[in-house]
Design a protein around this ligand. Structure first.
Ligand SMILES: [Zn+2]
Length: 160
């Protein structure tokens, strides 16, 4: 077979459409091989194409990763209660710690604790973040809360 103008134009057209050399060869027919198409395209200085697959590998700009939220701070309240020293702390008193256990003036709330809880009503609400509107304060609600930072602080102070 010979490269007539018609065939060359068909080659250019199909090449431009992004057809593979094998597809173009099949379209041209008449025993044209894939290699013949590639060779002709090369001689025609047809620009080398990027395959559709490669074109699609260009990923869109990844959305900015959300910044991790700050870990929740230890809950705070302005209510300090009676300021009871650890040596004065008795059963039924609120064990809410005021300040740092390492500090000289570290003390506990010492107000009357809610039955079944280590804290007074004010501090229990803060410690367990119970909404007084949504829920009624209930000792059974806190039975599984064994790892509060307040408990840890008290133990640290006692051992030191
Ligand atoms: Zn308290």
């Amino acid at each position: 077979m010979s490269w007539t103008e018609e065939r060359v134009n068909l080659l250019k057209q199909l090449w431009g459409e992004g057809k593979t050399a094998a597809e173009i060869a099949k379209a041209l027919g008449d025993g044209v091989t894939r290699n013949a198409v590639i060779g002709k395209a090369h001689r025609l200085k047809l620009s080398s194409r990027v395959s559709p697959i490669q074109q699609n590998t260009k990923k869109p700009k990844a959305p900015e990763a959300p910044k991790p939220k700050k870990p929740q701070q230890v809950r705070k309240t302005d209510f300090k209660g009676r300021g009871i020293k650890m040596s004065e702390l008795e059963a039924g008193m609120c064990r809410w710690p005021n300040g740092d256990p390492k500090d000289e003036d570290f003390n506990f709330c010492g107000c009357k604790a809610v039955a079944g809880l280590p804290y007074c009503e004010e501090h229990a609400r803060v410690a367990y973040q119970v909404s007084s509107r949504a829920r009624t304060l209930n000792a059974s609600d806190f039975s599984e809360d064994s790892g509060s930072p307040v408990e840890f602080e008290i133990k640290t102070a006692a051992s030191g």
